[in-house]
Design a protein around this ligand. Structure first.
Ligand SMILES: NC(=O)c1ccc[n+]([C@@H]2O[C@H](COP(=O)([O-])OP(=O)(O)OC[C@H]3O[C@@H](n4cnc5c(N)ncnc54)[C@H](O)[C@@H]3O)[C@@H](O)[C@H]2O)c1
Length: 262
C-alpha cells in the first residue's frame, strides 16, 4: 500500500475516465487531488463524487493565465503541490493532410501545455523539497498507426521532453517520468465501441499480450507508483503500461513458421 498522505496532486485532463481513476487512486493512497480540465461539467461531477479530497478547477492548459490561476487556487485550497500529472490531450489529427493550424493546436495542447504547466508548477514542488511529474506518452509515440500524424508526433515529443525535463529538474529533487498506455478502456474507446467492452477487448486481443484492453485503473496505479518513494530510483524514463503491445512485433502472437512448411 502506497502512502501519499499530506501530498497534493494536480491532474490536468482529470475530468475524463482515465483522469477519474487517477484521482481515485491518489485519494485511496491518502493524497488530495486537483482536477484541472476545460470540461467543467464532468470535472465538477467528479469532484462531487469523490468528496472533499478532490477539488475541480476549470483550466485550459493552452492558456498561461489559466495555468497560473490553477496553481494559485490549488495552493490556496490544499496548501501546496507535490505532483503534476499531465493527462490532458487532444486527438485532433488529419493525418498527412493536417493543416498548420491543426499542427499548432495539437502540439500546443499535447506538448506545450504539459511543458508550461511543468515549468510553472515545479517552483512550488521545490518549496516542498521536491516532487514528481508524470507525463502521458502512448504506444502512438513509439509505433506508427494508420491515419495518425499529429497525435503520434506529439506523443513521441512527450517522451523526449520527459528525458530533458528530468535532467533539468533532478537537482531540485523533482523526478519526471512518463507512462505510455496501450489501448485503454477510456471515454474515447467506450464511445467508439458503443460502450461494448467485450467487443473492444476482442479488437485489442491480437496485438496486446494481455489479450484485452488496458484498464484505466492499471494506468492510474502506475502513475501513483511513479509519484511514490517506491519509484525513487526511476527518473527520465517511460513506463509502458500497454499490456505488452510494444513487446510484440508484426507477427503478433501467432507462430508463423508453420505457414512456411505448409
Ligand atoms: N484512451 C487510450 O486508449 C489511450 C492510449 C494511450 C494514451 N492515452 C493518453 O491518455 C490520456 C487520456 O486519454 P483519453 O483517451 O482519456 O482522452 P480524452 O479525450 O477522453 O480526455 C482528455 C481530457 O483532456 C481534457 N482537455 C483537452 N484539452 C484540454 C485543454 N486545453 N486544457 C485542459 N484540459 C483539456 C479533456 O476535456 C478531457 O477531459 C491522453 O494523454 C492520451 O494521449 C490514451
Amino acid at each position: 500500500m502506497i502512502d501519499l498522505s499530506q501530498k497534493i496532486a494536480v491532474v490536468s485532463g482529470g475530468a475524463t475516465l482515465i483522469g477519474e481513476k487517477i484521482a481515485e487512486a491518489f485519494v485511496n493512497s491518502g493524497a488530495k487531488v486537483i482536477v484541472a480540465d476545460i470540461n467543467d461539467e464532468d470535472g465538477n461531477k467528479l469532484a462531487d463524487k469523490l468528496g472533499d479530497n478532490v477539488h475541480f478547477i476549470k483550466t485550459d492548459i493552452t492558456s498561461d493565465e489559466n495555468i497560473d490561476s490553477c496553481i494559485s487556487e490549488s495552493i490556496a485550497h490544499f496548501g501546496g503541490i507535490d505532483f503534476l500529472i499531465n493527462v490532458a490531450c487532444t486527438y485532433l489529427d488529419n493525418g498527412a493532410d493536417s493543416s498548420r493550424d491543426e499542427w499548432l493546436t495539437a502540439l500546443n495542447t499535447n506538448v506545450i501545455g504539459a511543458a508550461i504547466f511543468t515549468q510553472k508548477v515545479t517552483p512550488q514542488m521545490k518549496k516542498r523539497g521536491g516532487g514528481a511529474v508524470v507525463n502521458f506518452g502512448s504506444i502512438s509515440g513509439k509505433r506508427a498507426q494508420p491515419g495518425r500524424m499529429l497525435y503520434a508526433t506529439s506523443k513521441a515529443a512527450i517522451l523526449g521532453m520527459t528525458r530533458n525535463q528530468a535532467l533539468l529538474l533532478a537537482e531540485d529533487n523533482i523526478r519526471i517520468n512518463s507512462v505510455s498506455p496501450g489501448w485503454t478502456w477510456s471515454n474515447v474507446i467506450r464511445d467508439f465501441s458503443g460502450n461494448n467492452r467485450e467487443k473492444a477487448d476482442g479488437v485489442a486481443e491480437p496485438f496486446h499480450l494481455n489479450s484485452r484492453l488496458v484498464d484505466a485503473e492499471e494506468v492510474a496505479s502506475s502513475v501513483v507508483f511513479l509519484c511514490s518513494d517506491a519509484a525513487s530510483g526511476i527518473n527520465g524514463t517511460d513506463l509502458a503500461v500497454d499490456g505488452g503491445y510494444t513487446a510484440i512485433g508484426p507477427e503478433q502472437k501467432t507462430d508463423r513458421l508453420p505457414e512456411l512448411a505448409s
